[in-house]
Design a protein around this ligand. Structure first.
Ligand code: NAG
Ligand code: NAG
Ligand code: NAG
Length: 449
């Protein structure tokens, strides 16, 4: 446990898990069209690349094209994410295409993970079942009782062969069985205490040709985190505390994981610190290689994906905080959301005005729900309107060419109590927080595409 002691000494009593918010190394843009972001997933096929190419950042989820990759022999989620990123780049080279990664769970539908899970030389990279415990999750594939693994895995978000009891699994494999290599298809877990794991993750999973080493990939959403009750009780402000997703250990994994792996509370603490140290190294390597990851934005640590939303009640407080050169709104990268009701932006001009008033160099606006997935799929008919075959279109306002903030004024100003303005090259942006009325310059579209 040398590594864990070392990280303990270095990072305890750490309040920040993972790296503090860090800016991307790429040039900032004030182009409104390119200052937008979405996380996309079409489980039944490719995500429409022309729609993805409307955004400044589009991050493709692991479940994208799952109907196809779950049937592949073997599964090829990793390659399909790259293909989706390339299709998007071909449609708009200015769009930043991101792919999904998980370094908590070892997901064997990613080729790079499958290859080492199948190779006994790498067995030290994975957590194992306690051989003396009657585990709550099966060690063998549901469809093949002789295809078993010593490595701990659950089947929570896992493709499976459809059965009468489970006709709609999270991805359908062929009748002949799921093929993610020699081990059953499931969610395995990396053992971050093994010091050889980090170099492998960096070289083969993060900076590789199927990740940010690919010319069409500019970043990644990194899912899940470790949580330890011992860490939470000694430093309650640690992000993720108290552990509740659903229990201490790896997040979004079966609730009996600790017992099934025979891990002590101290083991979980060591795994937490080892993961935390590796995540910092990974995040730093991503930025050093010209790419970016979601968790480096302010407020987005630990696989969060929720933008800041404006309300009438928080309007003045947020803007008073934002209107200074030293505020985190200016110095860090931030996610803003359009408030939505019934699948439509419900306070568009106020939200866009807020974005233009509060934003710094690195800021993105998107669909204001957790995950920020802009609806690309047909939306249901409402009122007199016919259904929209390509989902909810981008409102014209988020593709206007507002220019840039005017340097002499710098940041937003509170002109009268509760009324905020900021000068842009295209005109004045105003948000009256008392009456909750925004106004932005009326100008033509920007330079997207
Ligand atoms: C999702 O994939 C299906 C199957 O390829 C396709 O018909 C549909 O148009 C796609 N939807 C979007 C929004 O891209
Ligand atoms: C780490 O994993 C590698 C690969 O399986 C293994 O060779 C090595 O012995 C492991 N190290 C420790 C300390 O368990
Ligand atoms: C079941 O799994 C075993 C071990 O992996 C394999 O040899 C066998 O071919 C599998 N059976 C079927 C029907 O796929």
């Amino acid at each position: 446990m040398k590594l864990a002691l070392f990280t303990l000494a270095l990072f305890s009593p750490a309040v920040e898990a993972i790296l503090p918010p860090t800016l991307p190394s790429w040039e900032p843009t004030y182009d409104m069209s390119l200052s937008t972001l979405t996380m996309q997933c079409n489980g039944s096929g490719w995500s429409d690349p022309t729609r993805g190419a409307e955004f400044g950042v589009v991050s493709y989820d692991w479940s994208n094209a799952k109907s196809q990759w779950a049937m592949s022999q073997p599964m090829d989620c990793e390659e399909r994410l790259i293909q989706q990123a390339s299709m998007t780049k071909a449609a708009n080279p200015n769009t930043h295409s991101w792919v999904y990664r998980n370094v908590v769970k070892a997901l064997p539908w990613f080729t790079s993970v499958r290859e080492i899970l199948d190779d006994p030389a790498y067995s030290g990279f994975f957590l194992k079942f306690d051989p003396d415990v009657d585990a709550a999750v099966p060690r063998c594939a549901p469809e093949n009782q002789t295809k078993c693994s010593i490595f701990y895995h659950d089947q929570m978000q896992t493709p499976a062969v459809p059965t009468p009891d489970n006709p709609n699994p999270d991805g359908s494999c062929p009748e002949t069985g799921c093929n993610s290599g020699l081990n059953p298809t499931g969610e395995y877990l990396f053992d971050h205490r093994n010091s050889s794991l980090l170099p492998w993750l960096l070289e083969k999973h993060i900076l590789s040709e199927t990740a940010i080493g690919h010319p069409d990939v500019d970043g990644m959403f990194m899912d899940d985190y470790w949580c330890s009750n011992l860490v939470c009780s000694s430093v309650p402000t640690t992000p993720g505390c108290p552990c509740s997703d659903p229990v201490q250990g790896a997040t979004e994994v079966d609730a009996n994981q600790q017992k099934d792996m025979g891990l002590s509370d101290e083991d979980i603490r060591d795994l937490y610190y080892a993961w935390d140290a590796n995540m910092q190294a990974i995040q730093q390597a991503i930025v050093d290689n010209g790419a970016y990851t979601w968790s480096l934005m302010a407020g987005q640590g630990n696989a969060n994906a929720m933008p800041d939303l404006l309300t009438k009640n928080n309007c003045a407080t947020k803007l008073r905080a934002a209107c200074s050169s030293t505020s985190e709104w200016q110095t860090e990268s931030k996610l803003f959301g359009l408030t939505v009701e019934d699948n439509e932006p419900s306070q568009l001009e106020e939200d866009v005005a807020f974005f233009l008033l509060a934003r710094g160099d690195y800021a993105w606006l998107g669909w204001g729900t957790w995950g920020m997935t802009w609806p690309f799929n047909p939306s249901p008919a409402h009122g007199e309107l016919p259904p929209l075959p390509n989902g909810v279109p981008r409102p014209e306002m988020i593709d206007r060419d507002f220019g840039k903030p005017v340097d002499t004024d710098g940041f937003c100003q509170e002109d009268q109590d509760g009324v905020f303005t900021r000068e842009w090259t295209s005109g004045t942006v105003e948000l009256d927080c008392n009456n909750f009325v925004g106004s932005v310059p009326t100008v033509a579209g920007g330079m997207r595409g």
